[in-house]
Design a protein around this ligand. Sequence first.
Ligand SMILES: [Zn+2]
Ligand SMILES: [Zn+2]
Length: 202
Amino acid sequence: MIKLLINSSEPVEMSLTSFGGKPVQNSDGKFQWPTCGCCMLPMQFQAKILVNNELYQIFMCQNDPGMCDDWDANSDGNAVVVTKPIELEYAPAPSEGVTLREVEHSAKVVVVEGNDYEEARNEWAERNAVSLREVLGQVYGEPSWIQGDETPTCNECNNPMRFVAQLEQGADWKTEMNFGGGGVAYLFHCGCIGSAKFLWQC
Ligand SMILES: [Zn+2]
Ligand SMILES: [Zn+2]
């Protein structure tokens, strides 16, 4: 089974997977908009991915694209904020930096047969007669690496982290995420303290 993430025109909901738009926070005031450790400016919100009742909110530095190692799971050029949806509200964007994307849309999970992501997404697009770009990635399953296996290690327990999702750049080239041009991103988490990491390859 492969769980594909498919572009959807349904309205965006705070507690569900979506791309672009604004990140969410619980009303407990704990959320802090992530700042790039390299240029020290606020990062850009990319997407929130709901897996196992946790929202993985992905941020990447786009203040000077290519300069802050935003592809690296272990740099301070990207961040994943793990939020358990309780009482959600939108998080206000900081006044400086490149923080939001010019797009907002939801996504649905479609379960298909097979065990090869690349095959599954090609087949799905063909069967539905839509662009391959309508497939936004996958959740659970196995990562389909473009380069070699770069499964990150948890900083807390030193174990390899668990794969959560894989993301394509997006449905529209004008508003797509910047994974180096035709790149793919990978999201991982570790259950020990519930931390997450993000990286991309191209
Ligand atoms: Zn930066
Ligand atoms: Zn761990």
